[in-house]
Design a protein around this ligand. Structure first.
Ligand code: PEP
Length: 258
């Protein structure tokens, strides 16, 4: 059975003291849960201090980025080899990195491969932008992003991965339009179909697929209720511990509703 996950993407927010206060408060409101993994994706500078502070039975850590070479003369970069042992996951291919930092298919593929060889599970973000959606091009875009990113991986590696379907137009920083859960269902089904075509049905039923885009404590339940949706990637709403704790709470409750 796939374990559900809720990921907080803090983006470039919080410092050591605000992060520590936040996690202290979140910790008080969070219980250990067998079927839900809560992943915190803070800025790079916070990973080490938070790794010493968090209750690892309740929370896992994700890096928001990493460099694909393991070491060398790459001033300012931090490699997945350096993150090994510090984080369990890494967010790769986020639309902000594709758009603001020109990350292309090749770079994302190299990052996915580098994370994987360093035993870090990629949370691969894929999704179409507004004009691609209007042009009815969603499936092609998602298939291209997926196929190119997974290119170097084995079936076992793909089975362990997390894919976050994040339509760019639904992300709060890029418009934050609220999609209909039925639209998300179609793409989640298509992602599993693609994985199945490439790696077989067994792998497709193991890979976790998330939704991300303006999720909050009111909207989360509808997305979690979708067939084959294993959780959510949460940006803006994860910055407030009260709101994020409500999202986690809904994640606990979904099994009881089923
Ligand atoms: C994100 O950045 O991955 C995201 C989903 O952001 P938001 O929830 O703010 O739309």
């Amino acid at each position: 059975m796939r374990k559900r996950i809720i990921v907080a993407n803090w983006k470039m927010n919080m410092n050591i003291s605000t992060a520590s206060i936040y996690l202290n408060n979140l910790n008080k409101r969070t219980t250990i849960h067998r079927n839900l993994e809560v992943i915190i994706g803070p800025a790079l500078t916070l990973l080490y201090p938070l790794s010493l502070e968090i209750d690892h039975r309740k929370f896992s850590l994700a890096a928001q980025n990493g460099y694909f070479k393991d070491q060398g003369a790459f001033t300012g970069e931090v490699s997945f080899a350096m993150l090994k042992g510090l984080v369990k996951y890494a967010i790769i291919g986020h639309s902000e990195r594709r758009i603001y930092f020109n990350e292309d298919h090749q770079l994302i593929r190299d990052k996915v491969a580098a994370a994987t060889r360093n035993e870090i599970i990629p949370i691969l973000c894929i999704g179409e932008n507004k004009s691609e959606r209007v042009a009815n091009d969603t499936k092609r875009v998602v298939a291209d992003q997926l196929n190119s990113a997974l290119y170097n991986l084995t079936s076992d590696e793909v089975a362990k991965m997390v894919i976050a379907y994040e339509p760019v137009w639904a992300i709060s920083t890029f418009g934050g339009e609220i999609p209909k859960p039925s639209d998300i269902q179609k793409v989640i089904d298509y992602i599993r179909f693609q994985i199945s075509e490439l790696y077989g049905a067994k792998v497709a039923s193991s890979t976790r697929v998330l939704y991300g885009g303006s999720v909050n404590s009111d909207s989360i339940t509808a997305y979690l209720a979708l067939d084959g949706c294993d959780g959510a990637l949460v940006g803006g709403a994860s910055l407030n511990y009260l709101e994020f704790s409500k999202i986690i709470e809904k994640g606990y409750l979904i099994d009881k509703l089923a």
